[in-house]
Design a binder for this molecule. Structure first.
Ligand code: PMP
Length: 444
């Protein structure tokens, strides 16, 4: 395994030579909030798999639901004309759960990128149905992350994720991310920053022509871009602009869904009703690949009323409504609700924020600490005044030393990303903080 780890397997988001020079960690076992590597070393997983293992690695109800569904019916298509029990039940659960956000239908996919692609495609289709076929463009945030399919990658706000694959989807425009730490306006006051970013959005819309824009997509809290928490008012302001201009709003909740921020969705956190919500990751707590695009009433009604072929043909996946995935999803949602993981994420998030603030006070390397609930980032800098990002070597040193000290972290650019399982205890928070402390001390 060790020898082959960097050869036949082509690691996503990595250069093969880099993977040979520093082979990826091989994880063999998981229990609770911990994982054990091939050498038998056990660490606390402060990344929660990849922002998804909200229930930790020992959730028996999900394992049992998967086993039961595998023996009853391992697969049947959810394509037109057929369906299976779990997908119907899960669609019902999801639309009940996200009723406050106005969601009435669930379109099942195999993961986050599929869910984003579905939302973008349905947005275009919606406007064709409405007789406004010129509304084809998309607006998104710089630093936003929306997956790797061509549509989603096109709306990604980080040019690094686009550059190797250009030309991307035409007609995509990015506006400044509402980051109080780094923004083009040098504005640190959250309320003022929200106004400035909203004004930039209005300007871009005016420049493009509102009647050419299909949808605006944003993560309620930006994840892969470095856990950027928008000012409280931003998403609401964006919703108001979309309403005024007749533009659809897509909330990409692939990370923020199911309690991660301390609320059941990021949209609910900010008091916003989007037109569509994309879900994946924690929908099964990572136990089975599954995603869903949730659709609000206005869009659902337009498709229902449509008698042309626009409303019916052209989009779906072999694994839409996979019975095993949906059974896993049903069990994960039931456990998430039973354990009130939203409340635990909010409470443990406060513990984590306090612990990370103490690390910032202790280590000059930490330029910024931010987060919401149990998604957080430490942005490391070579110099606090210039905010020059810490280099790759420093980032690797911190992560490696933290791992030695018993904490798995994720490095994204010059950010250390934290998104631990939502079943975290206060003692786990302390362990995570101590591991990061050790990592920062080793690199500082
Ligand atoms: N949207 C967001 C907000 C994400 O964070 C991700 C994955 N990190 C995706 C979409 C894509 O999801 P997947 O990797 O499951 O395709």
């Amino acid at each position: 395994l060790v020898e082959n780890n960097a050869k036949p397997i082509w690691h996503p988001m990595a250069h093969p030579a880099e993977m040979r020079a520093q082979p990826p960690r091989i994880v063999m076992k998981g229990e609770g909030v911990e994982v054990t590597d091939i050498d038998g070393k056990t660490v606390i997983d402060a990344v929660g798999g990849l922002w998804n293992v909200n229930l930790g690695y020992s959730c028996d109800p999900i394992k049992q639901a998967i086993a039961d569904q595998l023996s009853a019916l391992p697969y049947y298509s959810g394509f037109r004309g057929t369906s299976s029990g779990p997908s119907i039940e899960l669609a019902y659960e999801l639309t009940e759960w996200f009723k406050p956000e106005g969601m009435v239908r669930a379109f099942f996919t195999s993961g986050g990128s599929d869910s984003v692609e579905t939302a973008l495609r349905l947005a275009r289709q919606y406007w064709k149905i409405k007789g406004q076929a010129d509304r084809t463009k998309f607006l998104a945030l710089k630093k936003g992350y929306h997956g790797t399919h061509f549509g989603g990658a096109s709306v990604n706000g980080n040019a690094n994720f686009r550059r190797n694959y250009e030309p991307m989807l035409p007609g995509v425009f990015h506006i400044p991310a509402p980051s109080t730490y780094r923004n083009p306006f040098n504005e640190t006051d959250p309320a003022k920053l929200a106004q400035l970013c909203a004004a930039a959005m209005e300007e871009e819309i005016a420049f493009q022509g509102a009647d050419t824009i299909a949808a605006f997509i944003m993560e309620p809290v930006l994840g892969a871009g470095g856990v950027i928490v928008p000012p409280d008012s931003f998403m609401k302001l964006a919703r108001e602009i979309c309403d005024r201009q007749g533009i659809l709003m897509i909330a990409d909740e692939v990370v923020t869904g199911f309690g991660r921020t301390g609320a059941w969705s990021g949209s609910r956190l900010w008091g916003v009703r989007p037109d569509m919500m994309t879900m994946a990751k924690a929908i099964t707590s990572g136990y089975f690949p599954l995603g869903a695009t949730l659709i609000g009433e206005q869009i659902a009604e337009a498709f229902e009323a449509d008698t042309s072929t626009f409303g019916s043909i052209g989009h779906g996946y072999t694994y839409s409504g996979h019975p095993v995935g949906c059974a896993a999803g049903l069990a994960a949602l039931a456990e998430t609700r039973r354990l009130k993981l939203d409340e635990n994420a909010a409470a443990r998030g406060k513990d984590l924020a306090r612990a990370l603030a103490a690390l910032k006070a202790k280590h000059l390397l930490v330029g910024d600490v931010r987060g919401k609930g149990l998604m957080a980032a430490l942005e490391l800098v070579a110099d606090r005044d210039s905010k020059k990002p810490a280099d790759k070597k420093t980032m690797a040193k911190v992560a490696d030393s933290a791992y030695e000290a018993g904490v798995m972290l994720r490095v994204s650019g010059n950010n250390l990303i934290l998104s631990p399982p939502l079943i975290l205890t206060s003692a786990d928070v302390t362990r995570i903080a101590e591991g990061i402390d050790a990592g920062l001390s080793a690199a500082g």
